[in-house]
Design a protein around this ligand. Sequence first.
Ligand code: DC
Length: 219
Amino acid sequence: MIVTIDGPAGVGKTTLASKTASYFHLTYLDTGAMFRSAALALGPGVHELPETVIAAALSKLDYTLQGTGPDAVLLLNGVPLSEDIRTEEAGNAASALAKSTSVRSAMVKAQRRMAQHGNLVAEGRDMGTVVFPEAECKIFLDADPAIRAQRRFLQLQAMNKPADLQRIEQQVRARDERDRNRAIAPLKPADDAVIIDTSTLDIDGVFRAIVHCVESVQS
Ligand code: DC
């Protein structure tokens, strides 16, 4: 069983994918974390270098999953990823690097290799369209950019971190633009995806829709 959850930044993929993994005891694969950690490991401006240089740098990055099920831990070169990948800057750097052809093909290979060992819920941008086109259940989450920016703003405020709503909304829109319009594996729903607009639904409402989708393919 493979469940894919794709969608733009700030739509709630991570919360919903980990909830789905726990509920159905699936291994959770956060592919955004792979792009984020690669961008941090390769350093600022790497996306501007020639593809051959990017490919050589990337060949030194080895992604593996430690364990299976909802508590599986994603490792980079044997080490769990640090919380540094969770900043807006890391997200933007990941989005810029994600346009590279060599990065995309290396990530697809690593993601499929990690899926070999069992049942999986994979979240990202191209899980249902490119990486796991044969997945049994494909979910595409979407929400108005202003609402996603507002959610992020409230999260940062709750963590007592500096937050500027206007700037966050600009970043959300810029990342959408890049992720949706890149040449390879752009963010878009697979033809057979269930599309859920989370603008007006709370997490429980969206989760019920995902459970319904998984249960309908299980029976
Ligand atoms: O889901 P996220 O915000 O952690 O992802 C960070 C960036 O990584 C996203 O803006 C684009 C890129 N990404 C991608 O191109 N393909 C994926 N499957 C996952 C993420």
